[in-house]
Design a protein around this ligand. Structure first.
Ligand code: ADP
Ligand code: MG
Ligand code: ZN
Length: 652
């Protein structure tokens, strides 16, 4: 196919013709459609497209150029010269072309095209035949050789340029695919493009709602970043690391950005998972790089999202563990120790699994500050809804407070999602404004998804939970010497319906018998309150009962606090299983008679019963306070230490 010029004359270049066939696609009806410009770009690089061009060109060549003027036999050619039919012969390396006219009609004749204006054209494949020249001389045929310059260019294109272009395109295509998969094999050990400082962060504290305690603590961090001198002059140490702890979607990332935005410093963000690569040493190199960049940019914030991906405890690694992660973690620890608080570099990290973190990360000088970022309460949820519906056109009938009331247990991200979902529903329904029904539907959709992860309470359950938690809190308040109540909440957390936090007044290493009994009473307080308002027992207190029973059992078997075994420990510490580490509790072994077992069981029941009755007395005589506290809980979902004290004083 190298003899002819496929681009010659009035013919369009074949590849151009292919491109012009707009909607044709080699992928059939299910293939990508051309009109989409983004897809088109990828489509141009597709191998199939290239293949189609090549095949198309060959076909064009074959069909239009060769078939139209098939070579004739050499003998036939010679005979036509002999008869005088051919008057002129063009000689090239690959073909002899005979013309029946004497003069080429300039610009119109193409070597190889069958019909010219003025005659017939014959072609044949040359044979090394010296007689032909003699014959042509004899017959007065004019003959001339044509330089194959043009054909050589074609030759060149087909044998060199096209294959190279072809492989270049394949190479580009593969590199692009690799790039999309996220790993660039050529840049191992270097930073991915992700680690660039984001300057000029627009997020501010007012973009985050419902996490007031966390914000309060972070305000201080912002102040450190803004005027570190104020703190160092007085001899104070600036914290290096602050760990944001909380369930997913509560705004940890958002808060970290807000800190950077408020302080007006650069923000390096990386996810723990980004550090963990398949090649050992890459993660550590990334950490080193990140800190180097950050030190150059100080004051700034490094934010490590999902710290647990690299910070998992090294102790629990059975069978060697993960070398790569360990190296990365070690490098992180080294880097954190390597700068002092005056450099204006603060590391924020986020996790929802603080329990699995390596203890080394939490030591002083590292992430020694922990900030709880919890799910928002009623008021917080309303504020978050307000933030996210700022740019949404709401119908006047929409009451965000009502929506907040119906979304207990939702995190900030869920609420943002609801607003968006409601807006979409309104558009789908052809409404100009978002109505309450859109929100209701959006909530229903989200609840179904949430229910797999956490409990969403029915009204009945909510009331029972409020009384339950109020019961715990009040018994704690009425029990002398008990730890003060820090927070009461009926916001579901995972599968717990609510919780009451007590703050230990001081670190206690020894606990008296009455303290232990008090704790049992507090644990039972929840069930007592439930019984008082519903006249029934529910399963909600199962966990409390386990804990209470445990304390009672230990009192008898370990601490020698029963009538019969007053100073006797009934269990002994065993050697423990093979492979037990110091971190795990040693095994306890029972070393007593069957009859003793029976006594222990009865004694446990007696202790628990007695404490239950006491708690019932406490709450029964102050039913009004119980109602108050439960009422406030139902209303606001959380009560903090101060509010609780006020409630108690008012009731006195
Ligand atoms: P986390 O990092 O805790 O998983 P994110 O900060 O990534 O949560 O939150 C995801 C999105 O949800 C945020 O970009 C924001 O739109 C919304 N959001 C979450 N929590 C809040 C909050 N407390 N206030 C306002 N918006 C929030
Ligand atoms: Mg996050
Ligand atoms: Zn309880």
């Amino acid at each position: 196919m190298s003899d002819v010029n496929p681009f010659g004359g009035e013919e369009e270049p074949p590849d151009k013709r292919k491109k012009d066939q707009g909607s044709w696609t080699p992928f059939g009806p299910n293939g990508p459609k051309l009109p989409d410009p983004k897809k088109f770009k990828g489509w141009r690089f597709s191998l199939i497209y290239v293949a189609v061009i090549v095949v198309g060109m060959s076909l064009f060549n074959y069909v239009f150029l060769n078939r139209a003027n098939p070579p004739i036999d050499y003998s036939d050619f010679k005979a036509r010269i002999a008869t005088g039919e051919i008057k002129r012969v063009e000689l090239t390396d690959s073909y002899f072309t005979g013309y029946t006219n004497t003069q080429p009609a300039s610009g119109q004749t193409l070597p190889g095209l069958s019909r010219t204006d003025s005659g017939q054209v014959y072609r044949t494949v040359p044979i090394g035949d010296p007689e032909l020249i003699t014959l042509m001389d004899e017959k007065g045929v004019s003959y001339y050789a044509v330089s194959q310059q043009g054909a050589t260019v074609i030759n060149l294109i087909f044998s060199w340029v096209l294959p190279i272009a072809f492989f270049f395109i394949i190479w580009r295509f593969l590199i692009k695919r690799l790039g999309n998969m996220g790993g660039n094999v050529l840049s191992v050990g270097q930073n991915k493009a992700v680690i660039v400082a984001e300057g000029d962060i627009k997020t501010r504290f007012y973009d985050v709602a419902g996490v007031d305690e966390a914000k309060e603590e972070l305000v201080e961090v912002v102040d450190f970043l803004k005027s570190p001198k104020k703190y160092t002059d007085i001899g104070g140490k600036i914290p290096k690391g602050v760990l944001l702890v909380g369930p997913p979607g509560t705004g940890k990332t958002l808060l970290a950005r807000a800190v950077a935005g408020e302080a007006g410093v650069a923000f390096f963000r990386m996810s723990g998972a980004d550090f963990v690569e398949m090649f050992v040493g890459v993660g550590a190199a990334r950490v080193r790089d990140l800190f180097k960049q950050a030190r150059d940019k100080a004051p700034c914030i490094i934010f490590i999202d999902e710290l647990d991906a690299i910070g998992k405890s090294r102790i629990n690694n059975i069978a060697g563990g993960n070398d790569e992660r360990e190296q990365t973690l070690n490098q992180l620890l080294v880097e954190m120790d390597g700068f002092d608080g005056t450099s204006g570099l603060i590391i924020l990290a986020a996790t929802n699994r603080p329990d699995v973190l390596d203890p080394a990360l939490l030591r002083p000088g590292r992430f020694d500050r922990q900030v709880l970022v919890d799910k928002p309460d009623l008021k917080g949820r309303e504020e978050i809804l307000r933030i996210h519906s700022k740019n949404v056109k709401l119908a006047p009938s929409v009451d965000l407070a009502v929506i907040a009331r119906g979304t207990s247990g939702f995190a900030g991200a869920d609420l943002a999602n609801i607003v968006n979902e409601a807006a979409l529903l309104a558009v789908r329904g052809g409404r100009k404004l978002v109505e309450q029904i859109d929100f209701n539907e959006a909530i229903e959709k989200t609840v179904a998804g949430l229910q797999k992860k956490t409990r969403v309470l029915r009204a009945e359950e909510r009331k029972l939970t409020a009384y339950h938690e109020a019961g715990h809190a009040l018994v704690a308040a009425f029990t002398p010497n008990a730890d003060p109540v820090q927070k009461i909440s009926i916001i579901p957390r995972g599968f717990a319906l609510g919780y009451t936090l007590q703050m230990p007044m001081e670190d206690r290493f020894t606990v008296t018998q009455s303290d232990l009994l008090g704790r049992i009473g507090i644990l039972l307080g929840g069930r007592v309150a439930e019984e008082m308002i519903s006249g029934e027992y529910s399963t909600g207190a199962a966990n409390d009962l386990t804990k209470a029973t445990d304390i009672a059992r230990k009192m008898i078997t370990d601490y020698g606090m029963s009538e019969r075994f007053r100073h006797v420990a009934l269990t002994s510490r065993g050697a423990g299983m093979l492979g037990n580490t110091a971190q795990q509790e040693p095994m306890f072994q029972r070393e007593y008679a069957e009859s003793t077992q029976q006594y222990v069981d009865e004694e446990i029941a007696r202790i628990v019963d007695r404490e239950y009755a006491k708690a019932k007395d406490m709450l029964g005589s102050r039913q009004d306070i119980l109602d108050r506290v439960a009422g406030v809980l139902l209303d606001k979902e959380t009560i903090d230490e101060k509010e609780f004290r006020v409630l108690l004083e008012e009731a006195r």
